[in-house]
Design a protein. Structure first.
Length: 181
């Protein structure tokens, strides 16, 4: 049952995710179900405090939350540099072109296996396109981002969550009802 007045801002990734009573990896609680709608209420570093559709509240690694699409920007509003997917697409193109060139040299016999390994070491890219939806791997920041054609949202990251240095503790996970916790 959904909490009255609940408006999701994100969903839990399709594989589910761990949750914590506090932004402290040593204090895990029950995991959140895959695709559970949640409402982001607070951020502390990589940690996110969410209210779940089922009434629970918990801390999670906010970088793994999948953003629920919001109203699109007005047609005449420009993309911001940070949200524009084109620079990341250009980096993916460059990485793929470098890999393709190394494969061609290997196929022609201009490179041996060891030279191919050296030439491709450190190259990382990833692109999944499904109609208007796209996921890109941002190797520079170690994260997967989701793009809807107008903006990027972090989908998953390589790093563990970390709290900001000035983060005080937060109330433990609790059930929230219309009458309060």
């Amino acid at each position: 049952m959904t909490t009255p007045g609940f408006r999701p801002t994100h969903v839990v990734p399709g594989y589910g995710m761990p949750a914590w009573d506090a932004p402290d990896p040593a204090r895990p609680t029950v995991p959140l179900d895959p695709l559970l709608p949640v409402q982001l209420t607070e951020r502390r570093g990589d940690w996110a405090y969410v209210l779940c559709a089922n009434g629970w509240a918990a801390w999670v690694d906010g970088r793994h939350l999948v953003a629920v699409p919001q109203d699109p920007p007005a047609p005449d509003s420009p993309l911001t540099r940070a949200a524009d997917p084109r620079p990341l697409l250009a980096r993916a193109d460059e990485t793929l072109a470098r890999y393709r060139a190394a494969v061609e040299e290997l196929a022609r016999g201009d490179l041996d296996g060891e030279a191919f390994h050296g030439r491709t070491r450190g190259l990382r890219t990833g692109v999944v396109v499904d109609g208007e939806h796209m996921w890109l791997y941002d190797a520079q920041h170690g994260r997967w981002v989701y793009a809807d054609g107008t903006r990027l949202n972090t989908y998953a990251t390589d790093e563990a969550p970390r709290a900001s240095a000035d983060s005080p503790g937060h109330a433990p996970t609790q059930v929230v009802t219309p009458d309060g916790p």
